[in-house]
Structure formats: C-alpha cells, structure tokens
Design a protein around this ligand. Structure first.
Ligand SMILES: [Zn+2]
Length: 226
C-alpha cells in the first residue's frame, strides 16, 4: 500500500521504544482534517506532535504520523505498546465509506502481520471516551483484519441484486462462489451484483437445500462462508 511520508517536525522529547502488542483505532472527531492539522492540534496540546502513528483519510490515502518506534500519544496505558491509527471523520455523526475502510483495513492488516500480533481495539474499549464513534465499523474491521483464516461474519444486511452498486461484501460473495466452482459471469468478482452473480447464488442455494431466492441472507452467507 502507498503510505505518504508526512515529514512532520516533532519536538525533541519524543520517546522511543514502542513495542506494539495491539492496534488501537481512533477517529479524528473532525469531518475533514489533514495530518498537518492533527500535528498542529497535538503540538498545541503541548505534546511532541501528532500522537498517532498513521492517519487514514477519506480518499483512502494514508499518512505517517509519528514513527512506529516512537511511543504514541493516543491512548493512556497503551502508548508504549501499540500502533495508533486515526481515521479522518467523525463517526458519531457519519459513516465510513468503502474507500477509507479498505485503506484502513489494509493498513491494520499490515501492522498485525508486521508485528505478529492479533489484537485490534477501538480507543473507547481501553479508555473513557466515545472515540472512534458509534458508527465506526469496529467489529467488522476486527473480524476482517484477523486474516484470511478468519471466517467472514455476516455483514448484517441481505446482499441482493443491484448492478449499479459496488460493495465489498458482494465481491467477497463472488470470490467465494468462484472458489466453490460457481461462475459469476464474465466480469468475475467485480463487486457488482448482476445477473451472473444472481444465477450463481441461485445455483448455490439449489445445491445446498436453501430457499432459492437469489438473495444472500444470513443462511446463505453462513453456508457459503461456514
Ligand atoms: Zn481516540
């Protein structure tokens, strides 16, 4: 993944020796902000500079905050043993779009594998705060970041035909169908639920004794991913 080096200047009293055991997820609490904004805010707090190790913006770009080896300033009790990742946005009042989610997922996965760790927390699980917001997709990212060995959890809504809408859950369904020998049509796993995918879902349902409605509800999902 492409990570942009922000070249921030930190105060010299930055401490080193961060030893990550977990990834801690945050939101900025601001609908729009750059890494420079966050850096400035944290300097104004009297800190060494940006307290997070990374910022994921809404457009899916990822920026460096403080060095991974530097002790963070994002979650008391965990600053010397975690990677702090902030997502641009205020997820108490908005929802995370796919572009940002995909980048956050990829970054989280890369940190887990780099440090051979598995724990992913939301800030509020470790400290008295509402960060990263009630709409933040915490359970989903935790499940999906756990790796390809982790079973994908039903996303909570039925996946149905909608050729005009790209959805990562549709892509996951298509990939799974294809791996089980069901063709989803000439476009392959493109994330769009069209006629080819509809026929594949129906065939899968027919072969597995499920109601043949072409909709991936919880039963079809669990049969497919179980
Ligand atoms: Zn936070």
């Amino acid at each position: 993944m492409n990570i942009i080096n922000s070249n921030l200047s930190f105060r010299s009293n930055l401490s080193w020796g961060n030893n990550p055991e977990a990834v801690v997820l945050h939101h900025a609490g601001a609908k729009m902000c750059s890494i420079e904004d966050i850096h400035r805010w944290h300097l104004e707090n009297g800190w060494c500079g940006c307290g997070y190790h990374y910022l994921v913006r809404k457009d899916g770009t990822v920026y460096t905050g403080r060095n991974e080896k530097a002790v963070g300033a994002h979650c008391p009790g965990y600053n010397s043993r975690s990677i702090g990742i902030c997502s641009e946005g205020d997820f108490n009042i908005e929802v995370m779009r796919q572009t940002q989610y995909s980048a956050l997922l990829e970054l989280t996965r890369s940190m887990l594998s780099k440090y051979e760790i598995s724990k992913v927390y939301g800030h509020r699980e470790l400290y008295s705060t509402d960060c990263p917001g009630e709409n933040f997709p915490l359970d989903r990212i935790r499940n999906e970041a756990a790796g390809s060995s982790g079973r994908l959890v039903y996303p909570g809504y039925p996946i149905r035909m909608n050729p005009g809408l790209e959805d990562s859950n549709v892509k996951a369904v298509q990939e799974k169908l294809m791996s089980r020998g069901y063709s989803v049509g000439r476009c392959g796993a493109d994330g769009f639920f069209g006629w080819g995918t509809l026929e594949a879902v129906k065939s899968f349902q027919r072969d597995n004794g499920l109601a043949v409605d072409g909709i991936v509800g919880v039963n079809t999902w669990n049969k497919l991913f179980g």
